[in-house]
Structures are given as C-alpha cells and as structure tokens.
Unconditional design. Structure first.
Length: 165
C-alpha cells in the first residue's frame, strides 16, 4: 500500500540587470555605498569582503561590513551589521532597500552575492516588524545585478512571529 505524497513547488522571482548603470539612480547610489563599505571590512581570515547599505524610510542610509573574529562564530556579516545598526539608530523607521556587494582577495567576484541564511532571517524579521517588503539588491565586483522585491524570494517558508503567538 503506497501513500499519496503531495508536492509543494515554490517559485522565486528576481529582476536581473546587466550592470549597476541599469538601476535607478537611488539604487546605483546604494550599491556604490555598499562597495565603499566593503573597503573597510575586517576579513583577515576569509579575505572575503562584504559591504551593505540600508536605505530607510526616512531617507537615511546606514552602512555595514563584515567583521570577522578568530573564533569564527563570533564575527558578524555586513547585512546584519547594517540592519541592526539601522534598528538601533532609527527605531521605528522601516527598511526600504538593502544593497549588498563583495570582493575577494584571491579572485574576482562577477556574480551577485546573496545574504547567508542568518542574514536572510534577520532581514525577514525587519520585513515582518514593519509589515513592509525590503528590496534586496545583490552584486559582485562587476557584472549582473540581482534584485528581489522581498526576502520571501530568498527565504520561502520563513519562520516569523506568526508561529510565536
């Protein structure tokens, strides 16, 4: 006797731009700020430098970069540095957009970089907190740009506050 198995198919959609020049001017500026932020990243172990720039609903831009630690789990990614700093500095102000970029010491990164799982969950919390989608712009050193209009494209079936009632 075989059991009927139901399948669930999830679909994610991204906008793909040939380069930064194809983005809106405000988004080009945000990517530029993310690339500037990665220059100050502290990555002596991985030599993988990540910068993030967060645009808030009040027009403020907050930057962050990855901060490594010899005890690896004690470091923090650029996205969480930026989004947590934004939340601490401007409580109550929603995040509109986050731009992420990276470079590596020993290779050229021409593909867009996406947030790690922990950063995806942190971004999801801010979307849920303000009931407002966050536009996520992902880039490498050059090449195509991927844009998601919500963290749901990167984190389907996300865990959020609805499970904690």
């Amino acid at each position: 006797m075989s059991k009927q198995i139901e399948k669930l198919t999830l679909h994610s959609e991204f906008e793909v731009y040939a380069s930064e020049a194809d983005l809106l001017p405000e988004e080009q500026d945000l990517v530029k700020k993310a690339k500037e932020a990665l220059q100050a990243a502290y990555a002596p172990y991985s030599h993988f430098f990540v910068g993030a720039a967060v645009l808030l609903g009040n027009g403020e831009v907050i930057i962050g970069n990855n901060q490594e630690n010899a005890a690896y789990p004690s470091g923090l990614c650029a996205e969480r540095v930026a989004i947590f700093h934004a939340g601490a500095r401007f409580p109550g102000v929603p995040v509109k957009t986050i731009a992420i970029s990276c470079k590596a010491q020993n290779q050229v990164i021409n593909d867009p970089v996406s947030p790690c799982g922990a950063c995806r969950q942190a971004i999801a919390e801010y979307e849920t907190r303000y009931a407002s989608p966050i536009r996520i712009i992902m880039s490498g050193e050059s090449g195509k740009i991927y844009v998601a209009n919500s963290i749901e494209a990167l984190l389907p079936l996300m865990f959020n506050r609805k499970y904690l009632k």
